[in-house]
Design a protein around this ligand. Structure first.
Ligand code: AHM
Ligand code: MG
Length: 338
């Protein structure tokens, strides 16, 4: 696409242009992506005013993950649900903030959307980047209200996935499996414009991103892997640097653009780590692979794992292909990776 075009490529124009490649497309799927972009714009405006509008801090409630619920989490969840249900094309939704499948008044929709409305919540109050992650599937059931069966899926079945990062600028990045495209929000116009067409992740890069304070609880294989990253025997043939934001979306976004690896492994106290398969690991794995990268739980491809419950967790190693393969080499050495 010509980004010098005078109007610029708004996300709506870009999505509609792509839809023309599929003459049989009804436009419903396009409407869902547009609804997510709208939710992203609304959430971004709330995030920007967070210190002014009494949305900082905790609600006092504890969510299904046992974590403290922030006001902005609840708001972002409501905005996404509202934007998506009004399309009339979604039969089921699931969210990090909702214990079970979110019921939808109209059940005729063909699509299922899973999301983490506000990832990195512990960073909200300290003005560090946060994000939204989403994943779209075609429904499995024939008709009627969508159920858990429609949500418990294998990542390879995703039709589209992506994220919105509320950082120094707000960006929406998505893929339908071929090509990963990034759009930056122009706050004056209130629109996302194409800024990063066809993002490719470098084959390797000298950066690793992991909460190394957990190392005492790691397996010896994991510890050996991180020690190796500090030597010259790495895919980049030099010692790696550490970068860790503590917001998955932000750590992933940097890894997507610059390369390297992000990991949240399992450990003694949490064998499957912390991150959720359906609305954190699988959508980002879909993006990583479409950009030429990889995503693994240490033993197998994330996209091959079929979810057995909505809030299931998985260890995650994601980023440049060679860096993920390097981690897997250590993790597969004789002992379980947890
Ligand atoms: P959240 O979805 O409740 O915000 O929690 C997930 C976040 C991720 O964004 C981030 O990668 C991880 O938790 C950081 O965890 P830790 O503080 O243990 O390093
Ligand atoms: Mg999260």
């Amino acid at each position: 696409m010509n980004t010098q075009d005078e109007l610029g490529w708004t996300i709506d124009r870009f999505i509609l242009e792509r839809q023309k490649r599929f003459p049989e497309a009804s436009g419903e799927f396009t409407t869902i992506l547009q609804a997510i972009a709208l939710a992203g714009r609304v959430i971004a405006s709330k995030v920007q005013k967070a210190g002014l509008a009494d949305v900082l801090g905790a609600t006092g409630a504890i969510n299904v993950q046992g974590e403290s619920v922030q006001k902005l989490d609840v708001l972002a969840n409501r905005i996404l649900i509202r934007c998506l249900e009004t399309t009339g094309h979604v039969c089921a939704m699931a969210s990090e903030e909702s214990e079970s499948v979110i019921p939808i008044a109209s059940s005729r929709g063909k699509y299922v959307v899973l999301f983490d409305p506000l990832d990195g919540s512990s960073n909200i109050d300290v003005n560090i980047s946060i994000g939204t992650i989403f994943s779209i599937y075609r429904r499995k059931s024939e008709s009627g209200p969508g159920t858990e069966v429609d949500c418990l899926r294998r990542g390879t079945e995703q039709l589209a996935a992506g994220y919105i990062i509320y950082g120094s600028s707000t960006m929406l990045v998505y893929t339908t499996g071929e090509g990963v495209h990034g759009f930056t929000l122009d706050p004056m116009v209130g629109e996302f414009f194409l800024s990063h067409e066809n993002i490719r992740i470098p084959p390797h890069a000298p950066t690793y991103s992991v909460n190394e304070a957990n190392a005492p609880k790691w397996s010896s294989n994991l510890r050996r892997w991180v020690e190796a990253l500090k030597s010259k025997e790495t895919p980049a043939s030099k010692p790696y640097s550490l970068r860790y934001v503590g917001t998955l979306v932000a750590d992933f976004h940097r890894t997507l653009l610059r390369g390297g690896i992000f990991a949240y492994p399992g450990d003694q106290s949490a064998p499957k780590g912390k991150l959720r398969l359906l609305y954190e690991a699988a959508p980002l794995a879909f993006v990583a692979e479409a950009a030429g990268g990889a995503a693994s739980d240490g033993m197998q491809r994330i996209l091959d794992i079929e979810a057995s419950n909505l809030h299931e967790r998985t260890p995650l190693f994601i980023g440049s292909k060679e860096d993920v393969a390097f981690a897997e080499r250590f993790l597969r050495q004789g002992e379980a990776h947890s």
